[in-house]
Every structure is written in C-alpha cells, then in structure tokens.
Write a protein that binds this ligand. Structure first.
Ligand code: SAM
Ligand code: MG
Length: 214
C-alpha cells in the first residue's frame, strides 16, 4: 500500500536531518513542506512567532492541542527550560506514531509527553494523570471548532490561572470565528492578533495570543 504524507515526512527527517538536533529536524520538515508536499504544521513563519511567545512565557507547564507529526511539539520543546514538561494531545493514532518518532529523532522525548486521545476526554484528566495544577502556556492547533469548547473546558477544570497564556493558530485561515469573538470580548481575557501567513503560503493567517485574567 502507498505511504501516507506523515510517513513520507518522517522518512525525510530520518534521511536528511541530524539526529538529536531539533533545529535540523525543523528545517528538514519546512524544506519538505515547501518543496515536496504541503502539510498542516504551524510552519517557519508563524513558528518564529510561536518561538518568541514560548521564550517570553518560559512556561513550566505547557499543553499543546493537536500534535500531527510533532513539528510544533519539537519547536516548543526545544525552547523549554529544563524540568518543564510539554503535554501534547493527538487523537489520530497514525499521526501519533509518526510524531513519537519525530520527537525521539530530535532528542526531545524526555521533555514531551504525547497523549493519544481526544481533547474533550483528556483535558479533564490532566490533573489526575500528570498532577498538573494549572498550565502556564497552551498552544491550540487542533480542529478549529474545538478551540472554544476546549478553553471553556480548561476554565471549568480550573486548569488556567491568572496570567496563563493561550496561543491559537489558524485564527484567520481556516478561521475560528467563535473563539476569536469570545477571547476578544470576554472580560476574562486580554487578547491580541499576530498577523502572518498560512504555513508555506502567502495567504493571510495569524496567531491570537490571549492572557487569562482570572
Ligand atoms: N500543531 C501541529 C504542528 O503545527 O506541527 C499541527 C496540528 S494539525 C493542524 C491538527 C491535529 O489535531 C491533527 O493531527 C488532528 O488529528 C488533531 N486533532 C484534531 N482534533 C483533535 C482533538 N479534539 N483532540 C486531539 N487531537 C485532535
Ligand atoms: Mg495550524
């Protein structure tokens, strides 16, 4: 049977990237997606905005919703201070299997916990599974109609604290109108837009950074 796109992306990493070097894994995936096959990674352009937010927050607890092949996981994990754990959620087992290998190849498996399951089921289990009190940083990049229900779930489970930072990808393309309307108008958030482009294209897209005010 034919290979899948995530499998071909993994093969490019294994053949071209330097083992144990996250930056080389990132560059190899970006090259593959620009020159061979487009894939739904946050990509290099929005990725540098993601990097700067992660560095500014310097989280000790971080959650990613939507792992796919582990591209953004590697981007985030490589910047985390020692001792920080990044939990990343992915409900597609085939994607999770590829991501595990990408994360391991980058040498970041000790910093990342990949959980296979749907966000709506797993978020309420974060405290019992990992002893998390609250998340300092949450990156939202799963299916777009889940952004709003899942931050309401994070709020309801008291997994956000005053000052927790949410960073949401693809708020313009494909777009997350209900989520944007909520974080921009709720008195519980202070929110701002970072204009950029959809991964590997010239189409407008951007990230929305929202501070939870409690
Ligand atoms: N963050 C990744 C990156 O930038 O490299 C890309 C993630 S991709 C855009 C979205 C992923 O979220 C898909 O792999 C999909 O299977 C997963 N996903 C969608 N809805 C989900 C949910 N409710 N729970 C867990 N995973 C989900
Ligand atoms: Mg995205």
């Amino acid at each position: 049977t034919r290979s899948t796109r995530p499998q071909r992306l993994l093969k490019a990493v294994q053949e071209k990237a330097m083992k144990g070097d996250p930056q080389s894994v990132i560059s190899t995936i970006d090259y593959f997606c620009r020159h061979s096959e487009w894939a739904m990674n946050v990509g290099d352009e929005k990725g540098s905005i993601l990097d700067s937010v992660v560095c500014e927050v310097s989280p000790t607890t971080a959650l990613e919703l939507g792992t796919y092949c582990g591209y953004s996981t590697v981007r985030i994990a490589r910047l985390l201070p020692p001792g920080t754990q990044l939990i990343t959620l992915e409900f597609n087992p085939a994607f999770a299997a590829v991501a595990r290998q990408v994360i391991e190849y980058a040498g970041l498996h000790n910093k990342v916990c990949l959980v296979e399951g749907a966000s709506g089921d797993m978020i309420p289990k974060m405290r019992e599974m990992f002893g998390i009190k609250t998340f300092d940083f949450v990156f939202l990049d799963h299916w777009k109609d889940r952004y709003l229900p899942d931050i309401k779930l994070l709020e309801g489970c008291q997994l956000l604290r005053k000052g927790s930072i949410l960073l949401a990808d693809n708020v313009i393309c494909p777009g997350t109108p209900e989520y944007l309307e909520y974080v921009r108008n709720s008195p519980h958030y202070k929110s701002m837009y970072y204009k950029s482009h959809l991964e590997y294209t010239k189409v407008e897209d951007g990230l929305e950074k929202s501070v939870f005010l409690g």
